[in-house]
Design a protein around this ligand. Structure first.
Ligand code: SF4
Length: 345
């Protein structure tokens, strides 16, 4: 089931995103560079430009899908938003508060933010402690944050969360190894809900699962969103996955957003050659349907030495002479559709 997205514009902060005056989350020119020591005696310092100037807004109840190939910086963006990765520069504002650097915030504020902003990790196997029973996995964050202080309240809450994600309270005594991959991801989702968050960052929450299970988890996330009044940032490498849940999709390439639009507009009219290539790779469940697959040659360049001009130019089937010299900025093409490409000037 897809959701209707209200047409939006460039927001008051100048970010690409929703028309909400006060977005829940505002990310402005976010950069995350990782230093690398090279050369004789490691005297030379270079940088991996993992995220290089990403901006977006997210409003209450909205789902933003971030897609791109491995190494494009989508996960680092999500982790920097949660301050699990320290941004090099830029600004992250959550509910009106500048949270770019958690170290500058009081312990009380940090704890409050950790309650409000939760994460679902990609790997349902390594993200759960194998020595802790399911009950304890879900109770622990409540104890740390002093939520539901009495053991009885916590038990009730754990039972409620298990039922909401499709498990039974009687399974609470079991350990993670006795669950399947899909069930483990349900446990991860229940854990992210334990503290009543208002925003969840899902880092490839279904990519480790079978296709049939992926659909169940996506549907579960859609159901939970309205019930718990959640906003999602969902990271995926597969456009087909985020299509079914996102209000808006941002396509990233080598640390930058190259195109963003409401999901229905992006799927009908992708403008960036990279988005068109990703779109052409989506399988169609109709043997008679003919698809013109765009096959990109070469690998994603290293974010340590990004190409000059448009970073996509070495692989772009439609590159122009100027593409290797000047980097295109994001242009607004109407109805919240933004593209960074010289072709759509
Ligand atoms: Fe291709 Fe040039 Fe557009 Fe980059 S700016 S995507 S190289 S046409």
């Amino acid at each position: 089931m897809k959701k209707k997205y209200p047409h939006d514009v460039v927001s008051s902060s100048g970010n690409i995103g929703s028309a909400a005056e006060n977005p829940m989350l505002s990310v402005e020119d976010l950069k995350v560079y990782f230093p690398v020591e090279t050369g004789f005696l490691s005297r030379r310092r270079e940088y991996v430009y993992a995220v290089d100037g990403v901006s977006f807004d997210l409003k209450k109840g909205e789902t933003l899908g971030i897609v791109g190939e491995s190494g494009c910086g989508k996960t680092t963006t999500g982790m920097a938003v949660l301050n699990l990765e320290q941004p090099t520069s830029g600004r992250v504002v959550f509910k009106g508060q500048d949270i770019t650097d958690f170290r500058k915030l009081s312990t009380e504020t940090q704890l409050q933010l950790r309650k409000e902003m939760q994460v679902i990790f990609q790997d349902p196997y390594s993200s759960l402690n194998p020595r802790t029973s399911l009950d304890k996995i879900l109770e622990e964050p409540m104890k740390v944050h002093g939520l539901y202080p009495s053991p009885g309240e916590r038990r009730d809450r754990v039972a409620y969360l298990l039922e909401r994600v499709g498990l039974t309270p009687s399974q609470g005594k079991r350990y993670p190894h006795s669950f399947s991959g899909g069930q483990r991801q349900r446990i991860g989702i229940a854990r992210s809900l334990a503290l009543n968050p208002s925003m969840i960052v899902g880092d490839e929450p279904v990519s480790a699962l079978d296709v049939s299970i992926q659909a169940q988890i996506i549907n579960l996330l859609i159901d939970l969103q309205s019930e718990f009044d959640l906003s999602y940032v969902l990271i995926a490498h597969d456009l087909a996955v985020v299509e079914h849940i996102s209000d808006r999709i941002a396509v990233m390439y080598l640390g930058r957003i190259v195109e963003t639009a409401p999901y229905d507009r992006l799927f009908v009219n992708p403008l960036h050659p990279y988005t068109q290539a990703l779109m052409s790779a989506i399988p169609v469940p109709d043997p008679k349907a003919r698809k013109n697959r765009i096959v990109l040659t070469g690998d994603v360049p290293s974010p340590r030495h990004p190409p000059s001009g448009c970073a996509f130019h070495p692989r772009c089937p439609e590159r122009l002479a100027e593409c290797s010299e000047s980097a295109p900025g994001l242009l607004h093409k109407g109805q919240a559709h933004h593209v960074a490409c010289h072709l759509v000037r």
